[in-house]
Ligand binder design. Sequence first.
Ligand SMILES: *Cc1c(COP(=O)(O)O)cnc(C)c1O
Length: 357
Amino acid sequence: MLSSSLEKFITEKALNLAAYKAEHVSAPVSLHANENPYPPSPELLNELRESLEMLELNRYPDPDGHKLKARLSERLDTAPENLVLGNGSDELIQLLMQVFCNPGDRIAFPDPTFSMYSIIARGLGVEPYPLELNDQWDFEAPENFELWKKERVKIVFFSYPNNPTGNCFSADEIQKVLDNFDGIIVLDEAYYDFARKSFIEKLKEYPNLILLRSLSKIGLAGFRVGYGIADPCIISHINKMRLPYNLNSVSQFMAERLLARFSTVEDQVNLLLKERERLNTQLMNTEGITPYPSDSNFILFKTAGDGTTLHQRLLSDGVLIRNLIGHPRLKDCLRVTVGTPEQNDQFISFLTKKVSE
Ligand SMILES: *Cc1c(COP(=O)(O)O)cnc(C)c1O
């Protein structure tokens, strides 16, 4: 059989799928993926080295992640029964669609947002139902939710703060969804540590609310750890769908230890928040650049000239940021992750040079 004839076996939904564009090129200054620019502390790395024997790596990991869940429950003041662990929160997004959607159902989300919602949906035969954001990148709840019902919307995802626009949507508008939508509401709080705003207090009152968090933006992107907080009924159904050993032993260990030493992360976040303000001011002072307000560890900005050209020129100088031209509302928009003071200086100095060229 010719390998070119293999396509006849591939499902329509797989054939039609466009892959997530994760640039994995190494650039001297990588400010494209919203990671923490600081590597794990020497203390944490030491713990990792010393733990390797204790972890019994010839054995399967703890399928229920007891230790990590215990640490999280303590920090979040919630019961372990309210928690599910994921191989990154991406995996949990997929599991939620598997639990709540049949092929042909829809998932709603403000648009533009995190592209994985619609990529994962399409892979499962679930249709995206985008809700256009207003000119301030804010979400406006519909007058009534009949249309959502008619369109078979089963889940609405709010990236809070929103990636890639950077802002948190008006809490009042999300509240209208909580009060009126007869379906599942997901608050994806991947950037919670930078926004320090959350819907966690609403979980008791709204059992159809699910929160997602991640350790990827605060230092452990390479370990792939995310978690969900929800009603125990929802958690138990996710657990049936979840593969039993989805989170490996080393990641469970590192996540627990990162949380045990969280003051290091808090110091880094405080520094990054100061850097975000500095970067924002510098972007505002750069001619031809308009930054949008951010509650996250990145800033979206509009360029007066061609965005792709600027993106390429920065890359040729070793500075990689994210180009978002794939979306009609983000023409000539670029997104930069807040880095260390040195990285931000480099980015700004190249940017000012390139914009005026
Ligand atoms: C980065 C990101 C995620 C994915 O996080 P992982 O835990 O690394 O899978 C989820 N949601 C949003 C909005 C993100 O930006």
